[in-house]
Design a protein around this ligand. Structure first.
Ligand code: NI
Length: 201
């Protein structure tokens, strides 16, 4: 009789172990001392890209400032320019707090969007907006780090040739580089302004 009981206990222990192991991948949104939700730290991280002046920049160059990161491509007919305008308008409304935030636009189309082209593009939206490009490998790496969906889609009978289907979230990153919160591109200007005001210390 003892052996089956022991087997049963071992079975339960194994199951507990398995659940703990499975659970370790599903990180609960517990807050650390700084109030950050640790489970969200899976977005963002180091990157190496090139700015409009041809200078190599990394995530470290933004430390001490908030980043509001948006991914897209300069040939985007509607969503990207609308989103960048929205970002710039919200930051303008925030005045002092807005100055703590660097809006960062990262292209998902480095074949057409040279660093210089991205730099010129973002200058249309605001003087502090930073436009970044890089090699295909660098872009794929940063897009993966931010969990950005992107896919090249051919457009027939169009001079444009192709577009990039992409997800449209703005990611607010803290002065320490930690992920704070996303905002959908469909958000209203007022909601974005309020959301940023609440998140920025
Ligand atoms: Ni777009």
């Amino acid at each position: 009789m003892k052996l089956p009981v022991l087997s049963w206990i071992l079975c339960v222990l194994a199951l507990i172990g398995l659940l703990a192991w499975l659970g370790s991948d599903v990180v609960p949104l517990t807050k650390d001392k700084a109030g950050r939700e640790q489970g969200k730290a899976l977005i963002g991280g180091d990157f190496t890209l090139v700015d409009g002046a041809g200078k190599t920049v990394t995530e470290q160059d933004f430390r001490g400032k908030y980043m509001l990161v948006y991914f897209g491509f300069t040939h985007c007919p509607d969503i990207c320019p609308t989103s960048l305008l929205l970002i710039q308008n919200a930051l303008n409304k925030l005045n002092g707090k807005g100055k703590k935030v660097v809006p960062v636009f990262i292209t998902l189309d480095p074949e057409r969007d040279t660093p210089e082209a991205v730099g010129q593009y973002v200058a249309h939206f605001g003087p502090t907006m930073v436009g970044l490009s890089g090699t295909r490998a660098q872009i794929d790496a940063v897009a993966a780090a931010y969990k950005v969906y992107h896919r090249k889609a051919e457009v027939e009978d169009s001079a444009m040739g192709y577009v990039i289907d992409h997800s449209g979230f703005m990611y607010l990153m803290g002065p320490d580089g930690a992920y704070i919160t996303p905002f959908p591109h469909t958000i209203s200007e007022q909601s974005l302004t309020d959301g940023l005001a609440a998140a920025i210390k």
